[in-house]
Design a protein around this ligand. Structure first.
Ligand code: ATP
Length: 465
């Protein structure tokens, strides 16, 4: 369903429309489009449009009395107009903002923010927050812009038959994404067949993939179908493809090219119709560089490359995932853990999660088992999560000449430094945000925005501060 925050783009030039749309979607907004007159006011009504971004010339052609009519539907509607020869009567309208020429996305972003401020000032509840939590196939959870973009991409590519290469650190959800692509595709009523290329002994993997015929090797007592055959008309998920040995890489490449294979011990080719999704937590580009992975196979596999970001790069998903797993494990184990204290959430949001979502899932399961009921507090957390808080207090930034040999990630160091100072200011003021903002020389609202964005919390949150 569209939220009241939906932005309506009225533009007939596809390139411009797609650019504005992609940019605002990336910012987390829902977008509706119109290129012609017919039902522009119906759309505003039905989709609860809050902001219209329009080529004013086109809008004037479509609806010369746009502002008066639109205001009748939504008195708080804001029009952001661009391009010259505006025939829309915008003089003296406080809800019309004009963009300069040529279109500048930074300026557009700040006008959208201004429009939101304008609406919030008039009625505090005019906008629902953009980027509502989302799930894909009711199993993948995420509300960060990166996950929202990933969901959109998965929905788009599911419809095609193209080979997909999913990369990302261990535990980021690569298999989950592969399953979602299969589930959303026209192959969903056929098999999704996973195989972990690193987990199967080298001498068995060929037979696992392609099957074998009776007597082809010691122990082959009967004909056996391989994963390719099992996945016929469905999807084959080749996990940890980076660990596939060179001789098998050649065979896989051949199957991808010819869409046929020979079971071990057979000379007869078998046709298959399989969609391949491969995944790797090692960077395949690096393996190609070091000649451990065939370049031609890499290009065959990465027709559609997807990278799932590590959890530390999308910290806003952490509280959402915690809630999701808490519900799940409370239900599974019939326990009644009521939630996590804000201090605990703060600690978990600041943690770096080297094991990504899998580590978070395991932690929540463990806490639910041990806690049984009530609120989870920092005392319930294993030591390693707490020692990270101590690190936050310790200098995290290289000082003087002590620049680490291995270099640093400037963005995360700066981010961490900022977190540390914010937490220290809150500690000094015992959580009073107004006073902490003064210590940091920030506006109170800016501090609140930062805390929200970084998912930082200090002790018990107080709405009145
Ligand atoms: N966005 C998410 N929402 C809900 N659960 C998730 C999400 N991402 C991962 N998980 C859960 O985390 C665990 C690890 O996910 P998955 O096995 O898909 O990761 P992976 O990247 O394939 O890991 P590996 O590289 O180690 O094989 C699974 O239990 C999965 O259900």
């Amino acid at each position: 369903m569209d939220t009241p925050g939906t932005i309506f783009i009225v533009e007939d030039d596809r390139k411009t429309r797609d650019l504005i749309s992609a940019f605002l979607k990336y910012q987390g907004y829902d977008i509706a489009h119109a290129t012609q007159a017919s039902n522009i006011f119906d759309t505003i009504h039905e989709k609860h449009i809050g902001i219209v971004i329009a080529d004013l010339k086109l809008l004037a052609d479509i609806a010369p009395n746009f502002i008066e009519e639109a205001k009748k539907i939504n008195p708080l509607l804001v029009l952001i107009g661009y391009r010259s020869n505006a025939h829309i009567n915008s003089a003296n309208e406080d809800n019309v903002f004009l963009l300069s020429k040529p279109l500048n996305l930074d300026e557009l972003e700040s006008l959208v923010m201004r429009a939101r401020e304008f609406q919030t000032m008039k009625t505090p509840h005019a906008w629902t927050a953009p980027r509502a939590p989302r799930t894909l196939c009711s199993s993948i959870i995420g509300k960060s812009s990166r996950m929202a973009a990933l969901f959109e991409l998965i929905e788009k590519i599911a419809a095609s038959n193209a080979t997909v290469l999913i990369q990302g650190e261990s535990g980021t959800g690569k298999e989950l994404a592969a399953r979602a692509i299969h589930q959303l595709s026209s192959r969903s009523d056929k098999n999704f067949v996973p195989i972990n290329c690193a987990a199967i002994p080298e001498d068995l993997i060929e037979s696992e993939l392609f099957g074998h015929i009776k007597g082809s090797f010691t122990g082959a007592y009967a004909n056996r179908a391989g994963r390719f055959e099992m996945a016929d008309k469905g999807t084959l998920f080749l996990d940890e493809i980076g660990d596939m040995k060179a001789n098998l890489q050649v065979k896989l490449l051949r199957v991808l090219q010819s869409k046929e294979f020979e079971p071990v011990g057979s000379t007869k080719s078998q046709k298959v119709d399989v969609r391949i999704i491969a995944a790797s937590n090692k960077k395949l580009e690096d393996l190609v560089e070091s000649q451990d992975f065939r370049e031609d196979l890499f290009y065959r596999l990465s027709v559609i490359p997807i990278t799932i970001p590590p959890l530390r790069d999308r910290r806003e998903d952490i509280p959402l995932l915690i809630d999701f797993f808490l519900d799940r494990f409370n239900g599974e184990k019939r326990h009644a853990v009521t939630g996590f204290s804000s201090e605990t959430l703060g600690i978990l949001c600041a943690y770096d999660w080297p094991g990504n979502v899998r580590e978070l899932e395991n932690l929540v399961e463990r806490l639910v088992i041990l806690k049984d009921s009530g609120l989870i507090t920092p005392d319930d957390l294993p030591e390693k999560y707490l020692s990270r808080t101590v690190q936050v207090q310790a200098p995290a930034v290289p000082v003087g000449n002590e620049f680490p040999e291995s270099g640093i990630c400037l963005n995360s160091v700066l981010d961490e430094f900022e977190n540390r100072l914010i937490l220290q200011a809150l500690e000094r003021t015992r959580g009073n945000k107004k006073e902490a903002a003064m210590l940091l020389n920030l506006k109170r609202t800016t501090l609140i925005e930062k805390l929200k964005k970084k998912n930082l919390a200090y002790g018990k949150e107080s709405e009145t501060q």
